[in-house]
Design a binder for this molecule. Sequence first.
Ligand code: NAD
Ligand code: MG
Length: 493
Amino acid sequence: MAKKNTIEEPVAPKRGGLFEYAPAPESPAAAGDIATSYGHFIGGEFVDSSGSEALKTVNPATEQVLAEFAQGTDEDVDRAVAAARKAFAGWSALPGSERAKYLFRIARIIQERSRELAVLESIDNGKPIRETRDVDLPLVAAHFFYYAGWADKLDYAGFGAAPKPLGVAGQVIPWNFPLLMLAWKIAPALATGNTVVLKPAETTPLTALRFADICRQAGLPKGVVNIVTGDGRTGAALTAHPDVNKVAFTGSTPVGRAIAKQLAGTRKKLSLELGGKAANIVFDDAAIDQAVEGIVNGIFFNQGHVCCAGSRLLVQESVQDELLDALKRRMATLRVGDPLDKNTDIGAINSAEQLARITALTDAGEAEGAERWSPACELPGTGFWFKPTVFTGVSQAHRIAQEEIFGPVLSVLSFRTPEEAVAKANNTPYGLSAGVWTEKGSRILWMASKLKAGVVWANTFNKFDPTSPFGGYKESGYGREGGRHGLEAYLDV
Ligand code: NAD
Ligand code: MG
């Protein structure tokens, strides 16, 4: 922990186009000190792993190694669960109003340190600073504020008088919104009186480790929050641990399915937030320019590494040409490059593995006969990058219409009638989200009642709020996070 790293800056790509922006780079130094190596955060202290295996996290925009961190062993997980168990008695016995004070304190510290956290998140994940600064961090703080407000009102949450916490929560999160997924998991767990062991994703552990420091700064009692790092092996050790009472997982459907099997026959409570293949449906009466903004936000936000991304555009046939022309014009203005440049719209793909997955699926799209288009844009020489891409002439059977690409890739299908739009939108094993663009309120309500999706946005997309429940149908998982519903996952009800 003593030595620290200096962060290399990526080489800015050359750009063409009508308007040339001067670079507006955020300073990587604002991320604060990054240690060369990290252990786990257990019982309020940073501790070494019982094993000797270390993993590396890189900056995907430069491929520079940022830090080493421990591959958590079964013994490490056991220690963390024991620390959480020990802390549970005291934490769950506190009046809700006392727990709320800690959560409010954490929320305020996150706001105070938001620039540091936003820069650190951009460096470790590859997402643009404009998004970490304006979306991720405000939502992270909002989640802690929101659940802090519930901590002393659980009697009135609709789960009966004095609802009880479950105990120790084992939480496993993905790399696409590292700190935000941490907030979605930790804030409701703590508000309801549980203690947690959280495992961040192996490509993005740094903001979770920095959050550990925030817990110390807030004076949170030792062991209430424990962070154990490592890959899927550590995750599996945590979800399998016999003294964990609740498992909360966000990630891919195959891993979610494996966890569901692992937990079958145990008394552990489980919530799963998995993949998606959302339809963004544009009717001929929609405001086309607004719809184009929503489509762009739906699929190119966070490089398309979004479980609820609007990855299938369903457009009514009569406006298809007009819409696609406008969409391509808009896509040509998207700026791909240095995540720390405040002008950047699309940052780096999170890892070489994810880039290979996106490349394989888009190659399959071409091979199956869909037509591929990307605007002219130069990509940086090092790091992991993918041009914003749209496929037309996509059939429902194509892999790019069925499988989650989890990248900046849009598949366009058309429809003629509302019934056809619903049938095509629901023709997926997933059911996380959907979007509807029309000026008719009655059609919005009719569509929302027919779409098998946990969230339906109308004339907007990718809007998040801590007061609103989020979660899936079918293979997108079960359980809800956010809102009053999000409390239920952590209460014995
Ligand atoms: P992943 O499932 O491989 O990994 C997610 C997390 O699970 C990581 O921390 C990983 O280390 C851990 N893990 C891996 N194997 C495990 C096992 N056997 N037992 C326990 N933990 C294990 O997914 P990913 O590649 O990190 O993330 C991308 C996927 O996550 C996409 O499919 C995306 O749709 C989904 N996702 C869903 C949501 C949502 O809210 N529904 C949010 C973000 C991402
Ligand atoms: Mg990283």
